[in-house]
Design a protein around this ligand. Sequence first.
Ligand code: FES
Length: 112
Amino acid sequence: MEYIEKYFGRMNSPSGSSCLKGPCGDEMEFYLDIKDNKIIDIKYYTCGCDATKSCGAITAHLVKGKTLEESLCVSACEVKKNIPNLSQDHLHCSILAVSAFYRAVADYILKY
Ligand code: FES
């Protein structure tokens, strides 16, 4: 998937960030660069499996360029729709990805 490498990595001095551990033990990190209430850049990082990476990458792709309010409308269901081959036993990867993203937004909101 083209988005995996595009958004994979960490960020120095992000506007907001998060690290969240899922029930399976995998962790997901998000880093946001926010200007004028818009997500102008985003990175995710995980050591998890390919499904976890795909969900992080699609979450990043779906929210980039959106306002914070718009980005909070991106759901695990929308992530799943963009990864047609995501199996039922990896559905929790999409939940981890959006939850970690939401937490990074909360980090930003509480800082500014
Ligand atoms: Fe657990 Fe992907 S296998 S988050």
